[in-house]
Design a protein around this ligand. Structure first.
Ligand SMILES: Nc1ncnc2c1ncn2[C@@H]1O[C@H](COP(=O)(O)OP(=O)(O)OP(=O)(O)O)[C@@H](O)[C@H]1O
Ligand SMILES: C[C@@](O)(CCO)CC(=O)[O-]
Ligand SMILES: [Mg+2]
Length: 366
């Protein structure tokens, strides 16, 4: 029995970090995906066999004997476990992950492998299987690689708690946009699906500076506890920016003049959001370098995702000549950055299953 799922990464047009504190944010899926394939073993239900996680792009394989998992995580082998097991199980999960001796250069994977073990055992219990992950998304770059990983894995395993392991206190926006795709307005767990009435062409520049979303999210929360009134005003300003940005991109704009006018408003909102993100302490010198470069071409940019490095969004006006775009990309890549122009607002989560008659269960379960 094989089950496949794929989920997209995302960009946040406005509202990152503030959305963790109740502000509105606007996000869109992008045409970069994480794919999950689960191949169930025929020895399911017995105590032998392995649970194997293959991270294809990195050439890494992690595996655990089913019995080892069973003796270390007995509480997770029942039906879908409530999330309160998560705190109880994290120490045991860490033990199982430490045994894999993840290479030092890839130690950022600790969260992802932990999320995998939690989701897999919470949902599948102690059944042997091979899980193969491939992804177009740069990890730790602000494009929602953790959400795409957890959504695709969760969808294939029917659960949803992995992002908490990786983000600490996720707002849920990344998982939501990776699940539903297209473009959404999101606040306090509530989503509104929105459709853009204007061309939104974005340049994504990856500073390739690694960072940790959980630490960045925690840092903003700590700053908010030190300066509650000031940060509440910052979050409220971001909330207004997101609401205004959402109404601008949905407003009818058929002629070039109105599109250009809307683009200029979007550019100002992006610059304002970037300034507020700097006040939250999540910008970075590499992000500022991208901002300076694109500003030379009178283009507006903002970090997207958790910041601290990672990716920067630049709005490319509909009338901007491709030759100018090429010059901007060439200058950014000469600084060591990686640029990509991707469609935004594409499909969300996709799942498919296939099996041959000898291994398929009547319910189609793994
Ligand atoms: N394909 C994958 N395989 C295994 N683990 C992954 C994969 N993609 C992401 N992860 C896990 O998620 C971590 C990156 O998540 P993080 O939230 O820090 O960055 P991001 O999701 O790319 O950016 P942002 O949250 O700002 O959008 C990785 O270090 C790894 O632990
Ligand atoms: C920084 C943050 O707002 C978005 C990360 O892509 C965290 C979250 O909302 O979970
Ligand atoms: Mg993430």
């Amino acid at each position: 029995m094989e089950t496949r799922a794929r989920a997209p990464g995302k960009i946040i047009l406005s509202g990152e970090h503030a959305v963790v504190h109740g502000a509105t944010a606007v996000a869109a899926s992008i045409d970069l995906y994480t794919d999950v394939l689960i191949r169930s073993s025929t020895s399911s239900g017995t105590d032998d066999g392995l649970v194997e996680l293959q991270l294809k792009d990195m050439g890494l394989v992690f595996s655990w004997p089913v019995q080892r998992i069973k003796e270390t995580l007995p509480e997770l082998g029942t039906a879908l476990s409530p999330s309160f097991f998560l705190s109880e199980s994290m120490k045991s999960i860490a033990t199982l992950v430490e045994e894999q001796n993840i290479p030092e250069a890839k130690i950022g994977l600790f969260g992802g492998v932990s999320a995998f073990l939690f989701l897999y055992t919470s949902i599948q219990g102690f059944k042997p299987a091979t899980v193969v992950i491939t992804s177009d998304l740069p990890m730790g770059s602000g494009l929602g690689s953790s959400a795409a990983f957890c959504v695709a894995l969760s969808a294939a395993l029917l659960a949803y708690s992995g992002e908490k392991i990786i983000h600490g206190k996720p707002s849920g926006i990344d998982n939501t946009v990776s699940t539903f795709g297209n473009m959404i307005m999101f606040r306090l767990g509530e989503l509104t699906r929105i459709t853009s009435n204007m061309p939104l062409r974005m340049l994504i520049t990856n500073t390739k500076v690694g960072r940790n979303t959980k630490a960045l999210v925690a840092g903003v929360s700590e700053r908010a506890s030190r300066h509650p009134d000031a940060m509440a005003a910052v979050f409220s300003a971001v909330d207004s920016i997101s609401k205004e940005l959402s109404s601008i991109i949905q407003s009818p704009a058929s002629d070039e003049l109105s599109i250009t006018e809307n683009e200029e408003k979007l550019e100002e909102l992006m610059e304002m959001n970037q300034g507020l993100l700097q006040s939250m302490g999540v910008s970075h010198s590499s992000i500022e370098a991208v901002l300076r470069t694109t500003l030379k071409y009178k283009l507006a940019s903002k970090l997207t995702g958790a910041g601290g490095g990672g990716c920067v969004l630049t709005l490319l006006p509909a009338l901007l000549a491709d030759a100018v775009v090429d010059k901007v990309i060439a200058e950014l890549e000469s600084c060591g950055f990686q640029c990509l122009v991707t469609a935004i607002g594409g499909k969300g989560l996709e799942i498919s299953s296939s099996c041959n008659s000898s291994t398929c269960h009547p319910s189609g379960e793994i």
